[in-house]
Design a protein around this ligand. Sequence first.
Ligand code: MN
Length: 230
Amino acid sequence: MALLFDLPAAPAVPVVGSDAAYPVRRVFCVGRNYAAHALELGNAVDREAPIWFTKAPSAICLSGADIPYPPGTDNCHYEMELVVAIGTPAFRVVPEAALDAVFGYACGLDLTRRDLQNAAKGKGYPWDTGKDFENGAVIAAITPAAQFAVEGQRIALARNGAVKQEGVLSDMIWSIPELIADLSCMYHLQPGDLIYTGTPAGVGPVVPGDLLEGSIEGLEPLHLTISAAE
Ligand code: MN
């Protein structure tokens, strides 16, 4: 049957050392995965289960972009995160085998409309409008897994040259293998699935005119500028 109109192609992320890009199928995100960040937002730290939420692929924004300040918010926050890119199918995998499913790793920003998220949290409503919005999932080029191992690398974010977030990947409450194993019990993970793995302490607001620069040792850095709201 003919289609009434064409949809945009899937967003695609550059890959370090490759001419081919990584198309994005789904975007999964973890909340409260660094103890110091959970505490700064007034949340308890526990090891009950990872806190999952999703963003639509249409939220993907490539590093280097200049985006308008997001609509519908007066308190948009940066959250610097390690992103895991899935490269082979994974369903009900154990942590010991989970890294086999990883294609690579990238720097990412989980932009958050904190005012909308907090209002939803307070009422027990879904976080969707606080988390899933256009340009809300920023990502830099993906480094293939063979060239990077998640250990104690420093993760940091600077706003206008001043360091605001700092942490080490080994401080994650849920490790990358644990996250993949847990998620794979609820979804058939597929190539094209991204996992934003949570942010260290130091989150804060952005305003028009800001330059955000994110880094993780061993990965391509990320940068984003914010211009006036539409
Ligand atoms: Mn986050």
